[in-house]
Design a protein around this ligand. Structure first.
Ligand code: TIU
Length: 220
C-alpha cells in the first residue's frame, strides 16, 4: 500500500479508495462582507491558503483521484436554518440577510460561491450542507459508499469548526482521515494548532495530519 509521510505515523492508503474532501472554500469565509467577517473575524488568514488548496486539488486531479467539495449554505426560504444558528453570536449581518455579496450563506448567492481559484471542475461532486459537519442532512455518506471510498484527505476552512466536525463524523463512520496541515486554516492561530494536535493525539484518535508536499509526494 502506498504511504504518506504523516503525523503521528505514516498514513497508508489505496488510490482506488481515496478521495479529497475540500471543506467550504467559499467567498463567505474569505472575503470582507461575508459570513466569516460578519462574525467579527479577520478573513485574511483564509485567503492565504487558497494557492495551497489549489495545489492539493490539482495533485488529486492529476493522479485521477476524486475531489469532493462542500459548501455551507441554506435554502432561500431558510427552512433548513434553525433560529438558534441564525441568531448565534449576534452577527452584524445574519444568515439570509442581504449583504455586499448577496444574501449571506444562501445557496446560489455570489458570496456563497466557492472561491474561483479552487472552484469545482465540471463533474466534481459538490455537497451543500446546512450544518458544520458535512454528513448531517446531506448525501455525502451515500456518495462515498457509491465511490467505495475508505480513506479521506481533508482541506478547507475553518479547521476547528467545519473541518474538524466533518473529520470526526467521518472517523466515526470508519473512514481513515488525513488533514492537510497547510491546506486548512482558522481565524484563530491557536485553535488551528490545538485542532491539529488533538486530531493526531492518542495514536491518531481522530486521524492523521501531513503537509501538502508530503500528500502530493504520496499520491503521485
Ligand atoms: N465560523 C467558523 O469558523 N466557521 C464556520 O462558520 N463554518 C465553517 O467552518 N465552514
Amino acid at each position: 500500500m502506498p504511504e504518506i509521510a504523516a503525523k503521528p505515523f505514516s498514513f497508508t492508503f489505496h488510490p482506488s479508495t481515496t478521495a479529497l474532501v475540500v471543506i467550504d472554500m467559499q467567498r463567505d469565509f474569505a472575503e470582507p462582507g461575508g459570513f466569516g467577517a460578519s462574525l467579527g473575524n479577520d478573513v485574511s488568514r483564509v485567503q492565504a491558503i487558497i494557492p495551497t488548496v489549489r495545489r492539493l486539488m490539482d495533485g488529486f486531479r492529476a493522479a485521477g483521484l476524486p475531489v469532493i467539495h462542500t459548501m455551507e449554505c441554506h435554502r432561500p426560504d431558510l427552512s433548513d436554518l434553525p433560529p438558534a444558528k441564525r441568531d448565534r453570536g449576534s452577527p452584524a449581518i445574519r444568515i439570509g440577510d442581504p449583504g455586499p455579496m448577496g444574501r449571506v450563506l444562501i445557496a446560489g448567492e455570489p458570496g456563497t460561491a466557492i472561491i474561483a481559484e479552487v472552484a469545482p471542475l465540471p463533474g466534481e461532486i459538490v455537497i451543500e450542507k446546512p450544518g458544520k459537519g458535512a454528513f448531517y442532512a446531506t448525501s455525502l455518506s451515500d456518495v462515498l459508499t457509491r465511490m467505495g471510498a475508505r480513506q479521506l484527505v481533508f482541506a478547507g476552512v475553518t479547521t476547528e469548526v467545519c473541518v474538524q466536525t466533518t473529520m470526526r463524523e467521518a472517523n466515526d463512520r470508519g473512514y481513515e482521515c488525513l488533514l492537510g496541515e497547510d491546506a486548512t486554516e482558522s481565524y484563530f492561530v491557536e485553535f488551528k494548532q490545538a485542532t491539529l494536535a488533538m486530531i493526531r493525539a492518542q495514536g491518531a484518535i481522530v486521524g492523521w495530519t501531513a503537509m501538502t508536499d508530503q500528500i502530493l509526494e504520496g499520491i503521485a
